[in-house]
Design a protein around this ligand. Structure first.
Ligand code: PGA
Length: 252
């Protein structure tokens, strides 16, 4: 762990009903009075307003898993950034692999979302990561640096203060398979070097890079001990308050 302030996100994905989302939010409010770093949770859209209300007095920030880049208007089924801000959302995810691979989001759309999110004053987490096939054919670094470069096109060095990168190898998400700390560190280091190339060393040294993919209390310590791993983006374990709290404690 570096001197960068750790940042752990809980991606609740399409999970929980209203009562369980409320219960989880309350449990987090109780546990996180002074966390070791930044903490944010990303509930489903329908639970955002209630979760944000419950976490209003808490240091835990509330984020959206997605959004549409347009302003309020005729976009059936979509949710815009001003609507999210209005219910207490300050953070957004962009380019999660489930959106890239299940919903077909392109690098261009991810870039539009990064720029729109930053323009709207959100803290943006850009998710990148390779599939198993890409890893096995030696393309891990090329995929990560490609998604990074496309995703961050047009972002200024100053705006990078509100950007986090989440490295999430697709084959490790929700599978119970985790990258070894060494493999994860190698990928994070390449991503940091790519950020230095795209911006400068100061930006690269400051940006937080989260690891995501089956991070849990049992493996968080060794992953977070790596010099370029600054936190985690947690899926399954974020639904269990004790596990999520244990991961956040492992950053301290
Ligand atoms: P997981 O999900 O922790 O369940 O693997 C991580 C993510 O998709 O953000």
């Amino acid at each position: 762990m570096s001197t960068r302030r750790p940042f752990v996100g809980g991606n609740w994905k399409m999970n929980l009903d209203r009562a369980r989302a409320a219960e989880l939010a309350d449990a987090l409010a109780e546990r996180f009075t002074a966390p070791a770093g930044d903490v944010a949770v990303y509930p489903a859209f329908v639970h955002l307003a209630d979760v944000a209300d419950r976490l209003k007095a808490s240091p835990v920030k509330v984020g959206a898993q997605d959004f549409y880049v347009g302003q309020e208007g005729a976009f059936t089924g979509e949710v815009c950034l001003s609507q999210l801000a209005d219910v207490g959302v300050s953070h957004v995810l962009v380019g999660h692999s489930e959106r890239r691979h299940v919903l077909g989001e392109s690098d261009t759309l991810c870039n539009d979302k990064v720029l729109a999110g930053l323009d709207a004053g959100m803290h943006v987490t850009l998710c990148i990561g390779e599939t198993l096939e890409q890893r096995e054919s030696g393309k891990t670094d090329a995929v990560n640096t490609g998604q990074l470069g496309y995703g961050l096109a047009g972002v200024s060095a100053a705006q990078m203060a509100e950007v986090t990168v989440a490295y999430e190898p697709v084959w490790a998400i929700g599978t119970g398979k985790t990258a070894t700390p060494e493999d994860a560190q190698k990928a994070h280091n390449v991503i940091r070097q790519a950020i230095a190339f795209l911006f400068d060393q100061t930006v690269a040294d400051a940006v937080r890079i989260q690891y995501g993919g089956s991070m849990k209390p049992g493996n968080a310590g060794e992953l977070l001990a790596q010099p370029d791993i600054d936190g985690g983006l947690i899926g399954g374990a974020a639904l269990k308050p004790d596990d999520f709290a244990a991961i956040v404690s492992a950053t301290g």
